[in-house]
Design a protein around this ligand. Sequence first.
Ligand code: ZN
Length: 333
Amino acid sequence: MLRASPISATVDFERDGVQHGHLRLPYSRDDSAWGSVMIPICVVKQGAGPTALLTGANHGDEYEGPVALFDLARTLRAEEVSGRVIIAPGMNYPAFQAGTRTSPIDKGNLNRSFPGRPDGGATEKIADYFARYLLPMADLVLDFHSGGRTLDFLPYAAAHTLPDKGQEKRCFDAVAAFSAPYSMRMVEIDAVGMFDTFAEEAGKAFITTELRGGGTATAESSRIAKTGVRNVLKHMGILEGAVEARTSRWLDMPSDSCFGFAEEAGLVEPLKDLGDRVAANEVVSRIHRIDRTGGALVEHRARIDGVLAARHFPGLAKIGDCLTVIATLSSKQ
Ligand code: ZN
């Protein structure tokens, strides 16, 4: 039997109306002996109906989610809502404040920390609270991601292929409703500990995004996020009105062969940009040695035909960095 979470909410999830409050995580430290991490949370509820759990900054350096969700929390009125919307724009709040992927408190990567522990580090405590307290209330989770400081993605909403085809359909219907410029069927290279995996195993509809990256948001990626979240709420019947549908290209990540990793450190010369068509064995980028002139180049080649869906963002790469993700064009939705 797990102990109760040390996190307490200053909002009442069962009360109708708009509430802005915090999830208070006790965090005793040098500058605040009985201090807390205060994770912003907003609940907008009216009557009976489905619950959407909306999360941003699961990784602290990904900004479209926080932009869309702070904006939604500021503007959403209870009268517009049938059911409940739980909005956590800065899920791993210490990481979000620091502008880093992982938490500066314990180096925890929240999206590798599920199901978490009530008696673990700060990041595990946050994971445990979302897993055991917020997730059970939700019919659907929309967990925003982007590439962070080290990756840049085509803007897409995504879900996973799942063994339960009814559940999978609920996920992909919500991805279609989000109406990002691209929609993705994903595989994961490292699914253990992810919020996605935990929520999917709990039978929830779970969708995620990758909406550009590089440690910033753009005007376009912010618009995509803001429209997408309202579209998902309309799709669920929580908001009235028709989904603002736009054409979305469906992509697949069929296997591990999508991913390309640097086998040499150095200066990255991109030969393809995001969205460009790539053929199997084509050179996508080249890595130049930077310790001397006249050194040999390393060519980085695509392993499959497709489009460049993500790439390493910084100009310099380390050995082992993810350099490229190639997705295949899907004929079917
Ligand atoms: Zn992320």
